[in-house]
Design a protein around this ligand. Structure first.
Ligand SMILES: Nc1ncnc2c1ncn2[C@@H]1O[C@H](COP(=O)(O)OP(=O)(O)OP(=O)(O)O)[C@@H](O)[C@H]1O
Length: 327
C-alpha cells in the first residue's frame, strides 16, 4: 500500500482549464515522476496522475494519445492543470489490478508461464506501433482477474519510439546493466527485460554489489541463475533472448509456449547485433536446432560409437567361428 500522497482521500481537485472536478478516493501509487490517485469523475472511476513537472505530464499524455485504442496501456481521458496549485495532471482509465509479484517460488512455475505469455502478447501490440516499453518492471504490469486481457501495463513514462535512447529504466531489468546489449529502444530491449524479470523473480540479485563488479561478473551471475532456473527448457528460451537469438515478441511467444526439449548450456552472443550480424529473429532456438534432414553431419562421437559397434561384431564373429571350428 503506497504512503500518503499530496492529496488526501475525500478532497476535490478542479481542472483549471476544463473546470472538471474530481473526488479523490485514494492513492494508487507513487514514483519518481508523480502520484497516481483513484478518483471519481462524472463518468465513473478513473486514475489521475499528478506531478509538479508539466513537461513530464505533457510527454506521457502525448504517448498515451499515440497508443490510444488497442494497446495494453490505459486509455487517456483528459489533461489539465490543478486549479490553485503549480501541479499538472492527466486522467486515464483506471486499471483495477494487482502488480505482478517481484518474487516467485517454484510453486508459481505454471503461473509464471501464463503471465509471461500475456506480457509478451502485450509487448507485441506495442511493438507493432513502433514503441518499446523500456521500463518493464513488475510494478508496471497489473494482473486483472476476470478481465480480457487479464493483464495490463501502466506508466508510459519510459515508452520510447524505436531507435531512440531509453529514458527511464530499472537496473534489474535493464539490458545494458547486464552487459547484454545497448540501452536503445528496440523490441529486443523489452524481451530482455521480460527474460530478466523471469530470472530475477526466482533468484534475487544483490544489485548494489553487482553494480560495482565488472560486466563479466554480472553475466556469470546470470548464467548461474539460469542454471538453477526451475524450468530448464524455458531457461533455454531465456538464454536465446539474452544471446539476441529471439528478437521479436512473436518469435519469443512461439518459443516460450513450445520450448525446445534440451537446454542450451551457456549464455552466447552469436546472434547479438552488438557482437555479430542481426539474426532474423524468427528462430525459436537457433543454438539448439538440428541441421536439416539429409545434411546432418556426424561428429566424432558418432564415429567412435560406430567403430566400437563394428569391432564388437568382429570379435563376436571370431569367437563363434573358433568355437564352431570354422577357422
Ligand atoms: N491507470 C492506472 N490504474 C491503476 N493503477 C495505476 C494506474 N497508473 C498507475 N498506477 C499505479 O501507480 C503506480 C505509480 O504510477 P506510475 O508508475 O505512473 O508513476 P511514476 O511516478 O512514473 O513511477 P515510477 O517512478 O515507478 O516510474 C503504478 O506502479 C501503479 O501501481
Amino acid at each position: 500500500m503506497p504512503a500518503a500522497g499530496r492529496f488526501q482521500p475525500g478532497v476535490w481537485v478542479t481542472g483549471r482549464w476544463t473546470g472538471e472536478r474530481f473526488w479523490v478516493e485514494r492513492l494508487l501509487g507513487a514514483g519518481a515522476n508523480g502520484e497516481v490517485y483513484l478518483v471519481r469523475t462524472r463518468r465513473g472511476r478513473a486514475a489521475m496522475k499528478v506531478s509538479s513537472l508539466a513537461g513530464d505530464i505533457a510527454l506521457e499524455w502525448s504517448v498515451m494519445e499515440a497508443l490510444r485504442g488497442g494497446s495494453y496501456f490505459p486509455e487517456p481521458m483528459l489533461i489539465d492543470d490543478v486549479e490553485g496549485a503549480a501541479l499538472y495532471f492527466y486522467v486515464m482509465e483506471w486499471i483495477p489490478g494487482r502488480p505482478l509479484p517481484a518474487r516467485l517460488t517454484p510453486a508459481d512455475a505454471g503461473r509464471m508461464v501464463k503471465l509471461v505469455a500475456h506480457v509478451a502478447a502485450g509487448l507485441g501490440l506495442l511493438h507493432q506501433r513502433g514503441y518499446a516499453f523500456c521500463d518493464l518492471k513488475p510494478e508496471n504490469v497489473l494482473w486483472c482477474d476476470g478481465f480480457t486481457p487479464p493483464l495490463r501495463f501502466v506508466d508510459v513514462g519510459g515508452v520510447t519510439p524505436f531507435g531512440r535512447s531509453v529514458r527511464q529504466f530499472t537496473p534489474a531489468v535493464d539490458r545494458a546493466f547486464w552487459d547484454l546489449g545497448t540501452r536503445e529502444s528496440d523490441p529486443a530491449y523489452d524481451l530482455c527485460a521480460l527474460a530478466l524479470w523471469c530470472v530475477t523473480a526466482w533468484v534475487p540479485p544483490n544489485l548494489a554489489a553487482l553494480a560495482s563488479q565488472p560486466p563479466a561478473v554480472r553475466r556469470a551471475w546470470l548464467d548461474r541463475a539460469l542454471r538453477n532456473f526451475p524450468m530448464p527448457e524455458r531457461a533455454a528460451v531465456l538464454r536465446d533472448v539474452f544471446a539476441g537469438r529471439l528478437q521479436t515478441s512473436a518469435a519469443f511467444l512461439q518459443a516460450w509456449q513450445h520450448p525446445p526439449l534440451r537446454p542450451s548450456r551457456m549464455l552466447g552472443h552469436a546472434g547479438h547485433p552488438r557482437h555479430a550480424g542481426v539474426s532474423g529473429g524468427t528462430s525459436a532456438s537457433a543454438g539448439l536446432r538440428l541441421p536439416p534432414a539429409g545434411k546432418r553431419r556426424h561428429d566424432w562421437t558418432d564415429r567412435v560409437m560406430w567403430g566400437a559397434v563394428a569391432s564388437l561384431a568382429g570379435v563376436a564373429a571370431w569367437a563363434w567361428g573358433t568355437w564352431l571350428h570354422w577357422f
